[in-house]
Write a protein that binds this ligand. Structure first.
Ligand code: GRF
Length: 215
């Protein structure tokens, strides 16, 4: 590849995962550089943070575009920045299957649950409502199946008795900030790939994701 891994980071929200990734590149030796931050929402706080750090930002609003048209615009934008890897860091849009196929093996997402449990939205609330003992987050390759691509790494924690959604969300996010840079690092070092519908790490097919357990 030559040089640091070129990352396109797609965001919709506050950008704490983006910040964790940038911190890892600056302070933890993650051999990657963010070449563009793309948001579908002009008001996303992640954009302000990115601009304050001198990162290149782009806004791609969905209004008036169906899913394939949005993907086409995103593709054009990305071609200008030539990322090696697309990082979905709280990007709240479903990507067109043609797009995920085109970038197959080069898109990672962070999802706030221990997949395959709790696909979709409001995972922390649903974990509490369901009385789950353990909850956490997953980094996975993105395919056309929503939250269904091959998982790479998970971090889990014990749900505390009486815990509320805000507390659980904050504790899971702290784990996200550890495992997302870790997975990106493996990819950057050429240790992680997607092959034949599975994630492979150091030449071994991952039968199940790498687990990090917190208390
Ligand atoms: C994260 O919790 C992630 O799991 C979910 O969206 C949230 C984004 O948070 N997909 P942030 O914008 O990185 O702070």
């Amino acid at each position: 590849m030559g040089g640091p891994l070129r990352l396109a980071v797609l965001v919709s929200g506050k950008g704490s995962n983006l910040a964790a990734i940038v911190r890892a590149t600056e302070q933890e030796g993650l051999p990657a550089t963010v070449v563009v931050v793309v948001s579908d929402r002009a008001e996303a706080a992640a954009l302000d943070w990115a601009r304050s750090r001198g990162l290149h930002t782009e806004v791609l609003p969905p209004q008036g575009l169906d899913r394939p048209a949005y993907a086409e615009r995103l593709q054009q934008l990305l071609e200008r920045h030539r990322p090696d890897l697309i990082v979905l860091a709280g990007f709240m849009r479903i990507l067109d299957p043609g797009f995920t196929e085109r970038w197959s093996g080069r898109i990672l997402n962070i999802h706030p649950s221990l997949l395959p449990a709790l696909t979709g939205l409001h995972t922390h609330r649903r974990a509490l409502e369901g009385g789950l003992d353990r909850h956490g987050c997953t980094v996975h390759f993105v395919t056309g199946e929503l939250d269904g691509g091959p998982p790479v790494i998970q971090a889990s924690l014990a749900v505390r008795p009486g815990e509320d959604e805000a507390s659980l969300s904050a504790r899971v996010q702290a784990l996200e900030h550890r495992i997302f840079p870790e997975a990106i690092g493996w990819f950057a070092e050429g240790r992680l790939e997607m092959k034949a519908g599975s994630a492979w790490l150091d030449g071994q097919r991952l039968e199940s994701p790498v687990m990090r357990e917190a208390s």
